[in-house]
Design a protein around this ligand. Structure first.
Ligand code: NAP
Length: 289
């Protein structure tokens, strides 16, 4: 069997077309566009690139982006105040605090200053708890994007064995929770896992989220499995040994062009969702008063 590539660029572009249509509807209803505020602290070049990419995508889909760049020496309380200000600003619908912040800042305190109804990047405890309890709410963007890819390719999840390799709070951990909420039988693997190959070989769905080039050997993949490679390593190399894995899998994400494009698409989709929810809440409170 030779796997079909999962075309993340195509699914992301379809998602962004729908985002642009809904952003336009929002503008017609309210006279202003949905707004995503991005907060960047310090001068890490990769973070600047990510924020610029997100702002460019906002422009292309008719979402306003408000970019806030703070100096490296910003204190935790200054950052918390900035984020709190955005949480309270009715013109801002979604907030993204670019990770990582400089080491002297308490990143968790800054994340928790994001109002949960504006947490379109899925980083607060409240959003995390909602995902864990399979409740309505925003998703962490990369796992949320992966779920959309799986749905776009009609990958059955209920009752299937899924392995998630990696347990970071932004990726592996919420990924497993979202799969569990869809009734998959989920195994987590991490740096202390003793039998990684065995766990992968037993799984119908493999999600690699580690950041180690070709850690997941192609020969481990169960024939007919679906392989999602979220890893991104220098030289456009994923966490999965792609060429060998594609000879055994049914579906596989290439790197690049698989998971990556869906992360931003999910962020913008959730920003428009947030804008509409906030509009509905305002309408409700006007009706009640
Ligand atoms: P991270 O915070 O460094 O977490 C890596 C995870 O991998 C940890 O849970 C770690 O286990 C586990 N791990 C490390 N070595 C392992 C091993 N030998 N066997 C099994 N598990 C191992 O990384 P992250 O932020 O989740 O990112 C992971 C990858 O995804 C990176 O390549 C990153 O660039 C990529 N990524 C892509 C996107 C996108 O939009 N495409 C977004 C975010 C991240 P412990 O918990 O035990 O340390």
């Amino acid at each position: 069997m030779r796997a079909e590539d999962i075309d993340g660029r195509l699914i992301a572009s379809t998602t962004l077309t729908a985002v642009a249509e809904r952003a336009d509807q929002f503008r017609h209803r309210t006279g202003s566009a949905p707004c995503l505020a991005t907060v960047l602290v310090g001068d890490d070049p990769a973070s600047h690139t990510y924020v610029r990419m997100k702002a460019n995508r906002c422009d292309a889909t008719g979402i306003d982006s408000r970019r806030i760049a703070l100096p490296d020496e910003t204190s935790t309380s200054e950052l918390v105040d900035t984020v709190r200000g955005l949480s309270e600003d009715p013109r801002v619908h979604g907030i993204l605090l670019q990770h990582p912040v400089p080491a002297h800042i308490d990143e968790r305190a800054a994340f928790e200053a994001i109002a949960p109804h504006k947490d379109v990047d899925g980083v607060t405890y409240a959003t995390f708890a909602a995902m864990a309890m399979a409740r309505e709410g925003f998703h962490s963007c990369t796992p949320g994007g992966i779920l959309r890819l799986l749905d776009a390719y009609d990958v059955p999840l209920s009752g299937r064995r899924a392995v998630v390799i990696g347990r970071s709070p932004i990726l592996g951990l919420p990924m497993g929770m979202l799969l569990l909420a869809r009734d998959a039988t989920v195994t987590y693997c991490h740096s202390k896992t003793a039998d990684l190959g065995e766990a992968v070989a037993a799984s119908d769905l493999v999600v690699a989220a580690v950041g180690k080039p070709e850690l997941i050997k192609g020969s481990w993949i169960k024939p007919g499995a679906v392989v999602i490679d979220a890893g991104y390593n220098p030289g456009n190399v994923g966490d999965v040994e792609y060429e060998v894995a594609r000879e055994r899998a049914r579906l596989i994400t290439p790197v690049p062009g698989g998971v990556g494009p869906m992360t931003i698409a999910t962020l913008l989709d959730q920003t428009v969702d947030a804008a509409f929810h906030q509009l509905d809440d305002q309408t409700e409170s006007v009706k009640r008063s």
